[in-house]
Design a protein around this ligand. Sequence first.
Ligand SMILES: Cc1cc2nc3c(=O)[nH]c(=O)nc-3n(C[C@H](O)[C@H](O)[C@H](O)COP(=O)(O)OP(=O)(O)OC[C@H]3O[C@@H](n4cnc5c(N)ncnc54)[C@H](O)[C@@H]3O)c2cc1C
Length: 280
Amino acid sequence: MFKNIEKKINADLKNYCTFKIGGRGTVLFPKNQFEVKRIVNDCKKNHLDFFILGNGSNVLFPDDDFKKIIIDLRKLNNIKIAKQRTVIAEAGVRLFAFNRFLEQNGFAGFEWSYGIPATIGGLTYMNGGAFGEEVSNYIKKVKVLKNGKISWINRKKIDFSYRKSNILGIILAVEFKFKNADSKIIEKQQKEFLEIRKKTQPYDKFSAGSVFKRTDDKIPAIMIDKAGLKGVKIGGAEISTKHAGFIVNNGDATSKDVKDLIELTRKKCGNFECEIIILE
Ligand SMILES: Cc1cc2nc3c(=O)[nH]c(=O)nc-3n(C[C@H](O)[C@H](O)[C@H](O)COP(=O)(O)OP(=O)(O)OC[C@H]3O[C@@H](n4cnc5c(N)ncnc54)[C@H](O)[C@@H]3O)c2cc1C
């Protein structure tokens, strides 16, 4: 099983997520799409559950050992220009690298995403967005591994909604279409978006981004702020004093601390749906 696949057994999962929280687990690092397919086949044959990991910027691992096999896709990191203004990026490409590629090649439209610590696969799966934009606005096709088969799915056949997609398989690559613009203008806009992030979010602290999803009529961060919960702590977890929608890890937070803080917030402000993926 998993022959010649790079792996880390008993890995400290704190090192695999931006929250820096978690117990231990087995992490596999496929170096190409065929290895992903092979790992999934091996898991199926051996009745093992698996979890696909991007950059771990939206997940909360458990404090105990994580039983599922983690498939870390960050070695799938090729980017290429397919035709004019059409770019194909593999799922494990980090958004910072993608933004740099777009800037260097004068492809515009994606500047708003600068500073989200995601991979292309994670961003697509979550339909990540900011400043009124969403990744799905730029997607043409998604390459997916599903039921042992790899195929491209046209964007029109995928249902993207707020921080959600109905993609059931493993995203291997994504095809995007952009506009043309001067690299200098793109760079300037990216920097401006990053500055806004740094001013409004606890960007220098360990977190997994916004904890709760907005609804049409409720913005959790505003309600949490109004309830006076900014700065409330449980163990090492704290509701950010800078942005009430974030929970930050002050260094020694456990998964339980974060979950207890989520429950406290829900009791006081309403039963918001979590945006972060809580793993057990
Ligand atoms: C400081 C900070 C700021 C943030 N700002 C934003 C923001 O502005 N907007 C926003 O939308 N989010 C934001 N986030 C949250 C997070 O970055 C996004 O949700 C991001 O899309 C997650 O990408 P990831 O690669 O880290 O995915 P992970 O956290 O690794 O995974 C998230 C989910 O996607 C699944 N997944 C990952 N890769 C694949 C794949 N290839 N195929 C199938 N499923 C996959 C995982 O199984 C998991 O269920 C922020 C987070 C932080 C820490």
